[in-house]
Structure formats: structure tokens, C-alpha cells
Design a protein around this ligand. Structure first.
Ligand SMILES: [Mg+2]
Length: 232
């Protein structure tokens, strides 16, 4: 039963679900609503950032002293769920092709799966429920908790221990995501990385960061499975 000690942690946007193009900035709307500030001129490459990090970073650039400790931040983060619902209603939401097949296959092989996402819990849930993926994931670390993505790894490992009773070794934990920040997160946390170019970043840009494994998409499930169950 050696395979049972593997844990694959999935990113959400660009990995499990397709990203919107042309949708209005949700963090911008929240900053307007909860802080009454206009962040429309701030350009952030938000891919792989946590939701908390995006709002905090924008507020810092708008001159707020210590936004991470601002009491309005918690309300703004909770506000992500309803604003995401509005965007979903307008722009729709779709799975990344093949992602569900991989999730199912990993579970069939006795491998634990979880979420490690920059999304707040409410936001991850509303998106994944809409495409029928939420119920696969009993373990999750979410982007309201921290401005530093790699700090989500110990949270995920603690939840994984609670759910499965297994203390996963970091060499048996795989961060699967579509951005350079997912790869950096794995490196900082001491886990393995599996990059997949199903989001906005190219295969070459991901490969340049030297992830442990990199794939163009989810078309070769067997190769992905081998990456996870292969020799450690
Ligand atoms: Mg992503």
C-alpha cells in the first residue's frame, strides 16, 4: 500500500477550471466596496497569488499602512464569494479538460487529493461546485489565510493528517498548478511540483522554472500518474 502515502494538492484557477478572459477585476470591486478606494490603475500579475495577497498588495500600493491588519480585510475576503457568483453568472464556468479524469484516477489508485489554492474557501467552493468537482476534495488550504502561498502547504498537511491519519513526507507531496508561483511555492515548502500549462502561462515559461514535472495539459494521465507514483 505504498501509494497511500502520496498527496496531490491541486490549484483551482487555470488548473481545475478555465480562467475567465475579459472579466472585471473582482479584487478591484471589493477594494471599492470595502475600502472606498479606486485600484483600477494598479496592474498586478495575480496568477498564483493568494486572494489575501492580491488585496493586501493593491492596498499597499494605494498607500494603506498595514492592510493585513485592517479589520475591513476579513469582510472584503468574505465578499469574494458573492462577487464571484456574479462573474460566474455572466461569464460561465468550465472545467479544464482532463482534470477530473486525473483526480478520479488518483483517488482510484489510493492517492490522497486536496486543494491548495489562492482562492478563499467560499470562492473555491462556489466555482468547483458549479462544475461538479468540489466533492472530490476533503482536504484544502485556502488563500484567505495568508499572503504567502507556500504557507498554505503546512496548513494542507495538517488538514491531510486530520482527514487521513497520515503524516505525509514532503517528498511525497505534489503541488499541481498552472503558474510559476505554484512551482516556487513547492520549492519554498520543500515539496514536489507538477506544472501544467492549462492556464495563462506558457509551457516554456513554466519549464524555465525547473518544476519536477511539467505537462502541456491533462491529455496524458498515465504520465502524470507515473510522476506521482514513480520512485521517490
Ligand atoms: Mg492557477
Amino acid at each position: 500500500m505504498a501509494r497511500l502515502d502520496r498527496l496531490v494538492l491541486f490549484d483551482v484557477d487555470g488548473t481545475l477550471i478555465k480562467q475567465w478572459s475579459g472579466a472585471p477585476s473582482q479584487s478591484g470591486r471589493l477594494i471599492k466596496k470595502y475600502f472606498n478606494l479606486d485600484s483600477s490603475k494598479i496592474r498586478l500579475e495575480g496568477g498564483g497569488m493568494t486572494d489575501r495577497q492580491i488585496i493586501v498588495e493593491k492596498l499597499k500600493r494605494l498607500g494603506l499602512e498595514n492592510p493585513d491588519a485592517d479589520p475591513r480585510l476579513a469582510a472584503a475576503l468574505l465578499g469574494y464569494t458573492s462577487i464571484t457568483k456574479e462573474i460566474m453568472d455572466e461569464f460561465g464556468i468550465e472545467q479544464v479538460p482532463g482534470a477530473e479524469r486525473l483526480v478520479k484516477r488518483l483517488i482510484d489508485e489510493g492517492i490522497s487529493v486536496g486543494l491548495l489554492t489562492g482562492n478563499t474557501p467560499g470562492r473555491a467552493r462556489i466555482k468547483l461546485e458549479a462544475v461538479g468537482l468540489w466533492n472530490y476534495f476533503k482536504i484544502g488550504a485556502f488563500g484567505d489565510a495568508t499572503t504567502k502561498r507556500s504557507e498554505l502547504v503546512p496548513i494542507a498537511l495538517r488538514k491531510a493528517k486530520e482527514k487521513t491519519g497520515i503524516s505525509f513526507r514532503k517528498s511525497c507531496v505534489f503541488i499541481l498548478g498552472d503558474t510559476v508561483r505554484d512551482i516556487m511555492c513547492a520549492r519554498e515548502a520543500g515539496t514536489k511540483s507538477i506544472a501544467v500549462a492549462t492556464g495563462k502561462q506558457t509551457f516554456d515559461a513554466l519549464a524555465a522554472e525547473s518544476p519536477d514535472f511539467v505537462f502541456r495539459d491533462f491529455s496524458n494521465i498515465e504520465a502524470m500518474l507515473l510522476a506521482v507514483i514513480g520512485k521517490m
